[in-house]
Design a protein around this ligand. Structure first.
Ligand SMILES: Nc1ncnc2c1ncn2[C@@H]1O[C@H](COP(=O)(O)OP(=O)(O)O)[C@@H](O)[C@H]1O
Length: 193
């Protein structure tokens, strides 16, 4: 089943409170700006941003069942519950909404954790999620400033803020985020040599 963008907006916005939908709109807008700025695909950025939080407000039990019943990454069951919605979003977008583009699906799948070897689209969606206009957290202005000239530097600052927050709270850090951050730092070093 193929859906139009308007239909997808209706489907996705219907699965979350109005405040979170406003966040999604902010991520869509920001992802398109970043795609323009850094030579990414604007249409894919818009679509991945539209879909990225589709499962965010599903009850945790539903998310856990979705992971178990469909053979999705079982590691997610052992980590912060907030990580599951990204993988589920990609799965549902493909199975139920007919999204086949692997780049879009991966950008949804890795928007919270990041991954090693992030694509430009992965970076755009992940960064847009950190800096959309509705976001307010300590350090967001610095990330916005860095995003004026470097996707990678801004994203490292974003991951650093998440990692610092988790350290401060004594929480477990999903290891892929540390690997993503390290990978981006290597990438930045490589580009400066
Ligand atoms: N790498 C990670 N390891 C562990 N928990 C994480 C990680 N990334 C995000 N989280 C948890 O998920 C929460 C929300 O992350 P995020 O997807 O950015 O959600 P939101 O869009 O609601 O801010 C964080 O506050 C944190 O508790």
């Amino acid at each position: 089943m193929e859906y139009t963008r308007e239909q997808l907006i209706e489907i996705v916005s219907g699965q979350m409170p109005a405040k979170r939908w406003k966040h999604v709109e902010g991520v869509m807008e920001t992802a398109v700006i970043l795609a323009e700025r850094f030579g990414g695909d604007k249409e894919k950025a818009d679509l991945a941003a539209l879909l990225h939080d589709l499962a965010k407000f599903w009850p945790v039990e539903r998310q856990e069942a979705m992971i178990r019943d469909n053979g999705l990454n079982p590691e997610l069951l052992e980590h912060d519950k907030q990580l599951m919605h990204a993988e589920i979003g990609a799965f549902v977008a493909q199975r139920d909404y007919g999204i086949e583009d692997p780049e879009v699906l991966d950008a949804v799948r890795y928007h919270t954790s990041g991954r090693v070897g992030m694509t430009k689209l992965d970076k755009i969606v992940c960064l847009a999620d950190y800096i959309e206009p509705g976001r307010e957290f300590p350090g967001v202005e610095r990330i916005r400033d860095l995003a004026e000239h470097s996707l990678e530097e801004a994203l490292v600052a974003g991951f650093d803020s998440t990692i610092s927050f988790l350290l401060e709270k004594g929480k477990v850090i999903f290891p892929l985020t540390v690997l993503s951050r390290n990978g981006l730092i290597q990438e930045i070093k490589g580009s400066k040599q």
